[in-house]
Design a protein around this ligand. Sequence first.
Ligand code: PEP
Ligand code: MG
Length: 322
Amino acid sequence: QGRRLAALANAPTRTRDGAEIRLLANAEMAPDIAMARARGADGVGLYRTEFLFLRSKGLPSEDEQFIAYRDLVLGMGGLPVTIRTLDLGADKADAAGLVLRGEDNPALGVRGVRLSLRYPAVFTTQIRAILRAACYGPVRVLVPMVTVPDELIAVRTLFKLARQDLKRESVDLPEKLPLGAMIEVPAAAINVRALLEHADFLAIGTNDLAQYVLAADRGNDALDNIYNPLHPALLRLISHVIGAGRRADKPVSLCGEIGGDVRFTALLLALGLTEFSMHPGQLLHVRDRLASLDRGELRKLAPRLIRAHTHEEVEELLAKLE
Ligand code: PEP
Ligand code: MG
């Protein structure tokens, strides 16, 4: 199996019936980026910037961030990279002391874009670093934990202001910089058409979306029976978001753990997903799995999958295909 997988490193990603699928990598450190390239990723679908804030004492400077983002862009050699703005809070406490202490429900608290907008100066430092790095190759910006369109509008405004400042400082600027929303809050998924008026693309974060839809902490092992990505309520939301993106003619990827888990590849194909983002170690496994699946057949199953009453029913529908 190892040799067969290795041969897939430079192969195109296609289903058995010839549908082209984009495989993106979730990457942060240099080894992830090298692995993403070596395994033929079509780009980076999720670059988590938290690690820059978790490891350093204090806040990373604009130049430190710029160097990390530029190296990512250069490392991907002209392939598109998606830089996610800071997603601290909840399970991701920081070294720099930005995260509010003493929140009763940190997962429902000031995290992701809520935290960034609370500290416009810190956020602007990150935004300037991203703008500078985006001159070195195609970059997209992804905003975590978006709940309402106002948050995207506020982020766009900060980008506009940072552009004006950099221009005044005679710094090179990218022509365009698409801005997208993570869909990981149930309200954002249900009301996704409102966000699509302000977003250039979407990325579904099923780790958090499942946590919030099922009201089950993503890290709590005692809830394994509840935290089930096959729950029909979650499938309905994923399908709804993919369909809305398609109708608006805007790209939709999925970057939660299930995106790189071959047990869910058929399901996601059935729901209409065409862009999968995953840990680079999973790229060849998913490419191999996709080659064995018939997208046309799977798509016909979508209405039954999202109308299922239980995750067991979903499992049965999928098992029939094997
Ligand atoms: C997600 O929530 O699915 C996601 C990809 O983001 P993170 O795991 O970093 O919260
Ligand atoms: Mg998340």
